[in-house]
Write a protein that binds this ligand. Structure first.
Ligand code: COA
Length: 328
């Protein structure tokens, strides 16, 4: 948008992450599962993932990532804490109020359930609340401890998922500010609910991987294209594509269909696997720390996951320095 008074927008001013210390390599998994490093690496791009220590829950990682994001923003308060997660600490109440309390906040706080799309859903919802005037500054956290819901004997899921948390601080600003979220779009298709699910009465996640794979490629491509168009960007204008880290081959296929060269695709799946709602902020933090994403860059963030759900956001990056923590 141009003109003397750019419209209000939600602006990213902080980025923080927290990963568990414990690293589980493909070789570690193949000692107990009928799999091997070459299969996992060639089919997914994953080399290792992090696993939370027994007793460490989503709230622990979320609070640490939230504190890191506030530190990155140079702030110590906010009036909304929105936690996207599939693995809340309890079924009731939500985990977000406890996370807010641990950060010393009496902010509005709620959990959001959109599986691997949770962070983009959360970003979109918080941005809408900011531009509507409901809140001034929001902490949007994606945190998941999938090791608590994955069947360790199921090689189709046990090799794929990892634990982690990532967060951003969003505050009220203007569309021409660095960090502005320019456009977002969300979607769902509940006819695919059985493709990634914890079946009623079961404790563990099941995934029909091949079907999810196909749907992920086509849907992420369409969603990324549509949000870029809405932001007024051509493919050449996109400096970096920050997609949900579900599978390196999915990221490569989407990039190819979009016409993006590999160097503009952000990827940290080799190190962390699929961390569900934490995936996009963790990837963004690694890219920002490595200088792959710089101030002024036009980013397309695109997620896809259980529900089925998906979403994309067009963001102009700022000079925000990520703060990255680890804990047991
Ligand atoms: N090690 C060795 N072999 C494995 C294996 C593993 N960890 N997991 C599955 N296999 C086997 C299967 O048993 C199957 O064997 P068969 O041909 O003898 O029946 C074969 O490999 C192919 O299985 P398939 O599930 O079709 O593999 P795939 O190439 O589709 O890879 C995923 C599986 C999960 C990595 C892949 O489907 C995927 O990434 N899906 C998308 C996930 C996603 O996008 N999620 C988004 C939201 S979270």
């Amino acid at each position: 948008m141009t003109g003397p008074h750019p419209a209000p927008a939600a602006v990213v001013t902080g980025l923080g992450t927290c990963l568990p210390e414990s690293v589980v390599t493909n070789d570690d998994l193949s000692r107990h599962l009928d799999t091997d490093h070459d299969w996992i690496h060639s089919r997914t791009g994953i080399e290792r993932r992090r696993r939370a220590a027994p007793g460490t829950g989503t709230g622990d990682l979320a609070a640490a990532a939230g504190a890191a994001a506030l530190k990155s923003a140079g702030r110590d308060d906010c009036d909304l804490v929105l936690l996207a997660t599939t693995t809340p600490d309890r079924r009731c109440p939500a985990t977000a109020p406890t996370v807010a309390s641990r950060l010393g906040l009496r902010a509005a706080a709620f959990d959001l359930s959109a599986v691997c799309s949770g962070f983009v859903y959360g970003l979109t919802a918080a941005a809408a609340m900011i531009t509507a005037g409901t809140c001034e500054r929001a902490l949007v956290i994606g945190a998941d401890v999938y090791s608590s819901i994955v069947d360790p004997t199921d090689r189709g899921t046990a090799v794929v998922f990892g634990d982690g948390a990532g967060a951003v601080v969003l505050e009220r600003g203007r569309r021409d500010d660095a960090g502005a979220l320019l456009h977002a779009e969300l979607g769902s298709d509940g006819t695919g609910a059985d493709l990634i699910t914890i079946p009623p009465g079961a404790d563990h996640l099941t995934m029909r991987g091949r079907e999810v794979y196909t749907r992920a490629v086509t849907t992420m491509t369409a969603s990324a294209r549509s949000v870029a168009e809405a932001a007024g960007w051509s493919t050449d204008d996109i400096n970096a594509f920050v997609g949900h880290q579900a599978n390196q081959r999915i990221l490569a296929s989407v990039a190819k269909r979009l016409g993006l060269p590999p160097e503009r695709v952000v990827s940290n799946i080799a190190d962390v696997g699929n961390t569900a709602a934490a995936s996009i902020p963790l990837a963004l933090a690694d890219a920002a720390a490595a200088g792959q994403v710089r101030a002024g860059d036009r980013l397309v963030l695109t997620a896809f996951g259980g529900g089925l759900t998906w979403g994309s956001a067009a963001v102009v990056w700022s000079d925000t320095e990520p703060v990255c923590e680890t804990r047991a």
